[in-house]
Design a protein around this ligand. Structure first.
Ligand code: AMP
Ligand code: MG
Length: 339
């Protein structure tokens, strides 16, 4: 009898504990050339396995740099100029090429030959000659990517690269899977693109950190939000110092072939769609302060936080009230309104 009572007591405690703090699964792994971490509440290892496999599958299908896997559609396209593509690749290509159009080419998925030339892929960094850039610039034009019914095609020498939107797409697919599985709460970080899904188990909104460009391991502020995807593009993420002593970052202006040097340190985009957030974080970085505000004024589907080298934080009106500066940071926070 005593044994039975103590067993019952244990069972009750287990139920109570589960009620207070639902099972949480944490999974960290490398994919898409970055570190990812999924924290999902109310789920077990099998869901984490499935989510990780989904991202690995995407990586081997979409990476412009991974030569090896036979299923790598984009690598084959860039080698041969055309490739049979499945509905998923075609849909992603359509969505992101549309974003290239909407940003008037500030985002251009064909800038890859220039990114390669500067050494951002091989890590053999160097400043290309103006002649070399003039040879490569005619290969940069997203309008000349043909996205057909079942195939993708690029002109001779052109290359397509989803690097600026792939982490956002990984976030979108993950969110879709979490919804399908009836999960209510998760925070997933895809190498700087964060999906704040649902609310925290206690019912409050998530607080997503915005990296300090001078020390990206620290946060200069937080955005309080739920059901949003926050993507950040920062010059601090990948750069090199040239022989001339200047810093060259991995975000390229597709019109000049030069790394962007416009006083912007990072751009974070907050929206409900990962491809949109990821694509626009790159695009607004290229646009610069004024054009970014104009672009923001022309639409209603995102908000942004732009940090500049002179310690200003331009925060758009939709997230202004949910942005908090972290202690010890002296950024001048400026509210950006739609004009
Ligand atoms: P993100 O970190 O999302 O801003 O993506 C930046 C990556 O996309 C770079 O490392 C390049 O490989 C590539 N990239 C750089 N500039 C551009 C651009 N203007 N449009 C599209 N992709 C770019
Ligand atoms: Mg991006």
């Amino acid at each position: 009898m005593k044994k039975l009572l103590s067993l019952l007591l244990c069972a009750c405690c287990a139920v109570l504990a589960a009620g207070c703090s639902p099972n949480k699964v944490t999974r960290g792994f490398e994919a898409m050339d970055t570190y990812m971490q999924l924290d999902v509440y109310g789920a077990g290892d099998s869901l984490a396995d499935a989510l990780q496999q989904q991202i690995d599958r995407l990586d081997s299908k979409l990476s412009a740099t991974n030569a090896a896997p036979a299923e790598n559609v984009i690598y084959q396209l860039n080698q041969k100029g055309s490739v049979e593509a499945d509905a998923e690749v075609l849909a992603l290509a359509k969505q992101s090429l549309e974003l290239c159009r909407e940003t008037d080419g500030a985002l251009d998925l064909t800038v890859y030959p220039i990114v390669e030339e500067w050494g951002f892929i091989s890590k053999a960094y160097h400043i290309p000659s103006q002649e070399r850039l003039s040879e490569l610039l005619p290969l940069v034009d997203f309008r000349r990517v043909v996205c057909g019914e079942s195939a993708l095609r690029v002109e001779n020498g052109m290359k397509l690269d989803f690097g600026a939107v792939a982490k956002g797409y990984a976030a979108d697919l993950t969110v879709e899977s979490l919804r399908e599985q009836g999960i209510n709460s998760a925070i997933c970080n895809f190498g700087g693109t964060v999906a704040a899904y649902g609310k925290k188990p206690g019912g409050s909104a998530w607080k997503v950190g915005i990296a300090d460009p001078e020390n990206s391991a620290a946060f200069m502020g937080y955005v309080t939000c739920s059901d949003k995807i926050i993507a950040t593009s920062g010059s601090y993420e990948r750069y090199f110092e040239g022989e001339d002593g200047k810093i060259y970052s991995h975000i390229i202006n597709p019109k000049t072939g030069y790394p962007v040097d416009n006083g912007i340190a990072s751009v974070s985009i907050i929206s409900e769609n990962g491809v949109l957030s990821d694509g626009l974080s790159t695009a607004l970085f290229v646009m610069g302060k004024e054009k970014a505000q104009e672009f923001y004024s022309s639409r209603a589907d995102f908000d942004y936080i732009m940090l500049t080298d002179d310690n200003k934080a331009y925060v758009s009106e939709g997230v202004y009230d949910s942005f908090t500066l972290a202690g010890g940071y002296a950024f001048d926070v400026v509210k950006i309104k739609r004009q």
